[in-house]
Ligand binder design. Structure first.
Ligand code: PHE
Length: 338
């Protein structure tokens, strides 16, 4: 009898340990401890046992029952946690797990910094598609088919009037259409743009821009200068100055290239600014009347300014990087520095 109990105990112990889920565990419990279970059977049959041996067998059977109940409870707990309990105490001398945290790409960080500055001035962030219609990318921006300015922005044409956008300026039109007839239109539009360029230290066929547009009644060049001056100081430091040089864009009139004073030499002239003391960071101007009209606004009543800056260019200046290609090579030795 005692031997039979001990074999039952071993078998039950193994089955409990092998149970893979609560249902299997319950099956084991019923098989040994249920009403018709094997251990229960032994207890029931005690009456037939020799009265002299009865207390010993009865005690052994009860002890086995309690042991199995305890093992069942332990296993139930393990299955709930989904892992076996550690047998030994936690060893504090073992090396810990190193959890490496990911980080934002430096271009993304700079983009978010730019966004933050303009959000602070009440601009909202707008978006447009990277596969853009030739109408939004060129025509509506006063660059009709055959316009020579299209040459400098050759890109990938899909045919059927679609193109990989060469600039974020089409978002100007989209935003005006969306907001019209309400005022103001006050957006920035960050995003990826594409041009047929050979990659070198300062060019890439894929790069990023942030467009800016403010349309309202009575907007003047002074507003443009004020906003960009504030941006430059927040981005490059309190002492930063800006200057506007006359330029040409089909969608602004007048147009300007905007320089910031070189942060590295404080305008005295160094290698980075090629001795001029100034660094070009963006193109800008007063929104052309035809562009306002394409957006649905009356150029007699409203005016606006627009600007477009290259994120890579700003990032290179801000982070002291002298080759744009490193932003796209995804070499961790470079990326981990930021
Ligand atoms: N879209 C122009 C470019 O890519 C930049 C620009 C934007 C100029 C808005 C003026 C106004 O070169």
């Amino acid at each position: 009898m005692l031997e039979q109990l001990s074999r039952l105990g071993d078998a039950a112990g193994e089955e409990i340990a092998a149970a893979k889920d609560a249902a299997q565990l319950e099956e084991v419990r019923v098989r040994y401890l249920g009403k018709r279970g094997l251990v229960t059977g032994v207890l029931r049959g005690l009456g037939t046992v020799d009265p002299v041996r009865r207390p010993v067998v009865g005690e052994a059977a009860n002890r086995l029952k309690l042991e199995l109940e305890a093992k069942l409870a332990t296993r139930r707990g393990e299955l709930q946690e989904g892992r076996p309990r550690p047998r030994a105490a936690f060893d504090v001398t073992l090396p810990g797990w190193v959890v490496t945290r990911g980080g934002a790409h430096p271009l993304r960080r700079i983009q978010e910094e730019i966004e933050g500055i303009f959000l602070g001035m009440g601009f909202t962030v707008a978006e447009g598609p990277e596969i853009e219609s030739e109408y939004y990318n060129f025509e509506a921006l006063n660059m009709p088919a055959g316009h020579p300015a299209r040459d400098m922005q050759d890109s990938f044409y899909f045919g059927d009037g679609w193109v990989l956008r060469t600039q974020t300026s089409p978002v100007q039109i989209r935003s005006m259409e969306e907001t019209c007839p309400r005022l103001p239109v006050k957006i920035i539009a960050p995003g990826r743009v594409y041009r047929r360029d050979q990659a070198d230290a300062t060019h890439s066929p894929i790069f990023h821009q942030v467009e800016g547009l403010l349309v309202d009644e009575g907007i003047s060049l002074a507003n443009l200068k004020g906003v960009l001056g504030l941006f430059a100081r927040e981005m490059f430091g309190e002492g930063t100055r800006i200057r506007l040089r006359p330029s040409f864009f089909p969608f602004t009139e007048p147009s300007a290239e905007v320089d910031v004073s070189c942060a590295i030499c404080a305008g005295r002239g160094c290698r980075t600014c090629k001795g001029t003391g100034w660094l070009e960071i963006l193109g800008a101007g007063m929104v052309h009347p035809r562009v306002l009209a394409a957006g649905g606004y009356d150029p007699e009543r409203v005016s606006g300014f627009a600007f477009g800056m290259g994120i890579e260019r700003i990032a290179m200046l801000k982070l002291g990087v002298d080759d744009l290609r490193v932003f796209f090579q995804n070499d961790l030795r470079f990326l981990e520095q930021f």
